[in-house]
Ligand binder design. Structure first.
Ligand code: UGA
Length: 361
């Protein structure tokens, strides 16, 4: 049987490298991968089913880099973009460019060729809940604030809060894709990931990157360095945390069952793994099982002090994943404690601290 030909933009990132690992292990795919670096997928150098091109697709070179490939591809998987809240605040222009300006020409190209575009958007498009703006923050029943793909409104934050530069650009790209579907017949799938966690996510400041990574790597940095974990604005924000391999399962099912995934918006998250950031920090400390850690208190910081002015937070990201479950017959199986245990062990191994994981399940 002929191999499926895929273009993966961002194959060298956290999600892209895990997806590439899985697809090459399963076989049946010929992958054209693009990224700024192949550090996270260097294990595939020399694999005849994987061709890597070191470049950044920024709109000006989309046609030159991809024009000859898109028409013959079974799908284009788009994963490359800035997705780091510290950068939304400190560099909103690049955030908007990366998430919209650099990306929309790929949508045009796929529409012209009639090629299926699988685009990873974000659960952040829903931004804050309506309840978070009400004086008493009355959330009501949990089911009332679950985010449902075509029902839950996107609550735009104030322009003065640069945090929302990312969600705005992401939502506009979703609109652009959907408009291309409606007017030009572009086949698409829009994925809204809910805090996918796992090995290789982000970087550790001072070791293999600079700046403020996302919460997983922030807490890991604190644990590796024996410093307090910093809890932003009381740690009341809630997330739905999803193990990367469960997310990759969903992506593979989409590729295996295109007719089920095409022309859908899909939340991809583990509905059982909902947690506040305060409880997440506690779980990190427990799983580390390093007694010396407990002598370092959690430090409370304001969002403004931690990220800079212009930061606001998504208060509750609660995934409703019924649609993905029904269409793909998919279920995220990995519990939060196991997700953290696997991920933390990887970070400790990769960044050099031996003690880990003494806590009973
Ligand atoms: C980011 C992106 O904006 C989303 O698009 C993406 O879906 C998501 O990451 C993801 O990882 O999938 P967010 O969850 O807000 O969104 O990013 P994090 O930096 O991981 O922050 C999560 C929460 O932890 C926030 O409430 C943040 O204020 C808090 N936090 C972060 C801390 O309490 N301490 C820290 O050291 C870092």
């Amino acid at each position: 049987m002929a191999k499926k030909r895929l273009i993966i933009l961002g194959c060298g990132g956290f999600v892209g490298s895990h997806l590439t690992d899985r697809l090459l292990a399963e076989g049946g795919y010929e992958i054209y991968g693009f990224d700024l670096t192949d550090k996270k997928c260097a294990q595939h150098r020399g694999d005849p089913s994987f061709r890597f091109r070191e470049t950044y697709i920024d709109g000006t070179n989309t046609e030159v880099e991809l024009g000859h490939l898109v028409g013959d591809a079974d799908a284009v998987v788009s994963l490359a973009a800035v997705c780091n809240p510290a950068q939304y605040v400190s560099n909103p222009l690049f955030t908007i460019k990366s998430n919209f300006i650099h990306a929309y020409k790929l949508v045009d190209l796929c529409a012209e060729a009639g090629t299926w575009l699988i685009h990873t958007s974000t659960c952040e498009v829903y931004r804050r809940t309506v309840a978070s703006y009400l004086p008493d923050n009355d959330y009501g029943e949990p089911s009332l604030y679950e985010q449902i793909e075509d029902e839950t409104p996107f609550v735009m934050g104030p322009i003065a809060k640069q945090r929302w530069s990312y969600a705005t650009a992401k939502a506009l790209l979703e609109r652009y894709i959907y408009a291309n579907h409606t007017e030009r017949g572009l086949p698409f799938t829009i994925i809204r990931p809910y805090n996918w966690f796992g090995p290789r996510m982000d970087f550790i400041p001072g070791r293999d990157g600079e700046g403020v990574p996302r919460v997983l790597a922030c807490f890991m940095t604190a644990l590796l360095d024996g410093q307090p974990m910093k809890l932003v604005d009381g740690g009341t924000a809630r997330r739905t945390i999803t193990y990367i391999q469960d997310a990759v399962d969903a992506l593979v099912l989409m590729l295996e069952k295109p007719e089920r995934a095409k022309n859908q918006f899909l939340n991809i998250g583990n509905g059982a793994n909902k947690i506040s950031m305060a409880d997440l920090a506690q779980l990190y400390a427990e799983i580390t099982g390093d007694d010396s850690y407990h002598s370092y208190p959690i430090e409370h910081v304001s969002g403004e002090a931690f990220y800079g002015s212009g930061y606001e937070d998504c208060d509750r990201r609660v995934a409703n994943v019924e649609r993905a479950a029904r269409l793909l017959q998919w279920e995220a199986k990995t519990e939060l404690r196991d997700t953290l245990r696997i991920t933390m062990r990887h970070f400790h191994e990769a960044y050099g601290k031996a003690e880990i994981d003494q806590v009973a399940a």
